[in-house]
Write a protein that binds this ligand. Structure first.
Ligand SMILES: [Zn+2]
Length: 104
């Protein structure tokens, strides 16, 4: 990928550098938060100063689920199935062994 991206620490979204305002405060030359988060923060601060919002009215940042969560879940399911199958095989072997011992 040619487009340089950066993860916003507030909304946890990976965005292209163009989604971040330029800033001279940081060595990267980019603001820490993306433009959308900065705009939301400015709006919340403005409303709070005007008394429209309480001090705890900070909107919680959206936390997207990791993309590989589904994959992890299916791997866990497969592992559980294999564990159960292995256990059944063990039970079958024990039962088989017991009957063999009985027969002989
Ligand atoms: Zn953001």
């Amino acid at each position: 990928m040619d487009i340089m991206t950066k993860t916003c620490p507030r909304c946890h979204q990976r965005r292209p550098h163009s989604a971040f305002a330029p800033s001279t405060q940081y060595p990267s030359g980019l603001a820490v938060w993306c433009r959308a988060c900065q705009a939301l923060d400015a709006l919340v601060r403005y409303k709070r100063q005007r008394g429209y919002l309480g001090p705890d009215a900070w909107p919680p940042p959206p936390r997207p689920e990791p993309e590989d969560a589904d994959e992890m879940r299916s791997v866990q399911i497969v592992m559980v199935i294999m564990l159960v199958l292995g256990f059944l095989l063990l039970v079958k072997m024990v039962v088989y062994g017991a009957t063999l011992v009985e027969v002989s």
